[in-house]
Design a protein around this ligand. Sequence first.
Ligand SMILES: Cc1cc2nc3c(=O)[nH]c(=O)nc-3n(C[C@H](O)[C@H](O)[C@H](O)COP(=O)(O)OP(=O)(O)OC[C@H]3O[C@@H](n4cnc5c(N)ncnc54)[C@H](O)[C@@H]3O)c2cc1C
Length: 511
Amino acid sequence: MNASKIESVVILGGGTAGWMAAAVLAKALGPAVAVTLVESDEIGTVGVGEATIPQIRHLLNFLGLDDRRVLSETDATFKLGIAFEGWRAPGHRYIHAFGEFGLPLGLAPFHHHLRRAQQGGEAGELWDYSLTAQAAYSGRYAQLPRIGDTRIGGIVSAFHLDATRFATLLRRTAEAAGVERIEGRVEAVVKSDETGNVSALTLRDGRRVKGEVFLDCSGFRSRLIGQEMGVPFEDWSAHLPCDRAVAVRSAPGPALRPYTQAMARKAGWQWRIPLQGRVGNGHVYSSAHMSDDEAAAVLTRNLEGEAEGEPRLIPFRTGRRREAWAGNVVALGLAAGFMEPLESTSIHLVQSAVERLVQAFPTGSMEPALCNAYNQRTRTEWERIRDFLVLHYAVNGRAGEPFWDERRSAALPESLERRLSLFRAGGRFFAEESELFTETGWVQVLEGQGVRPEGWAPAANALPEERLRSILANTRNLIGRTAERLPTHEDAVARLTGTDPAALSGDENRA
Ligand SMILES: Cc1cc2nc3c(=O)[nH]c(=O)nc-3n(C[C@H](O)[C@H](O)[C@H](O)COP(=O)(O)OP(=O)(O)OC[C@H]3O[C@@H](n4cnc5c(N)ncnc54)[C@H](O)[C@@H]3O)c2cc1C
């Protein structure tokens, strides 16, 4: 039926995006499609991007990379969520833990039942109903998908990993699957006069790399989708005004925390990502509110271990290319756009784009219907993530600081405005198809930052009150007891990597 078939894909860029796309496409499409990747050591990669979300496990499974391999080859640790410190008020913290909370209780989501019980007496708080959250707080980890034979969820995890070593692992996987790597700097791009599509990349030494489909993984340069295809950049900085980061590594701190820290600062926030042998740190800020020198000083003042080198400045623009797929070019990773790493979404956006591309992989010509469907899905996915990030700022409680005051009063995307009013009025939430963050994720941020809805869904009144109270008390107790018995994060990592837990937790730094 398909007279012509796509037989060659050329990927420009060898960062996380390029090598992830190469590994997945080679495995998913098989030897019928030749995958070639061009990268330039001279240009290098962005070198950050160390916190992931649980969906990464689907990709790793698909590529045959188990936990042992990921931990050993990328200096990784487990991640159970993100602790937001100082967002509601200085000194306050909550965690956005992965996975679902509580247990299914009829048709109303769990948080409605909890709110009803909280109204009438002691019922604990939302996070008491998540083993993942409790394990995070107590520095513990185990592979435990479910608590015993109950309906209560177990531990849901992702990884913190070394970005450069992760790209190397993906590269090894891709090359083993037959991907050809070409080292060279692309100096020019050859396009067809007739279709406007890209037909070859010309390297500095004159070599030409021909292909039928081109993936732009060239990072912020956006060499193909932006420069060649002329797809405009949609600027989202009115909603997310942070436009710079300073990043530095440091020696291990006092604990190998199984979660990322996102600590609010005067004009942005600081991340802390614990790896086995070091900590990744960064400070994301708005240059309209803080100078680069001050941002670097804030970062170095707030490290737990000694800095390894000088902070590196990484300017960025928040937003995305209006279309991720144009002609025969599909952009992935930073070439497609960027949103600050507040919820560790960028690597995931690469993953989901590659998966979508595999599903929509053209059979012959670049069918416009496929391209439109792909672009529409991509847009929705990015916009809902944007709304979720904006939410963190919109409901902050840091009164009296200009940056934070502005964020509270800034106009919101209409989609977020609607969602917030629905939640405030009765705790309702309607997720869209293929939306990344679940109701539980949204509710954690809303509750964590002090947004309490006025009531609960009538369906949460179906259970007799005494019965509800006893289910909740049993669930809390079971989760608490299970969390106490889990191995420490250090032990869990050491067991899988065959190292001594003391090497992760026993030196004087970790007292
Ligand atoms: C401050 C910051 C923090 C981040 N933190 C996180 C996080 O915690 N979690 C997360 O998921 N994501 C995070 N990200 C995003 C993450 O780093 C990126 O999504 C990911 O690394 C993918 O980058 P990339 O491969 O698109 O681009 P890059 O790593 O920049 O790679 C670009 C590639 O293109 C090549 N190239 C470019 N031009 C040419 C040319 N002309 N010729 C040949 N080769 C060329 C380069 O050599 C390089 O190989 C963060 C990003 C930033 C900026």
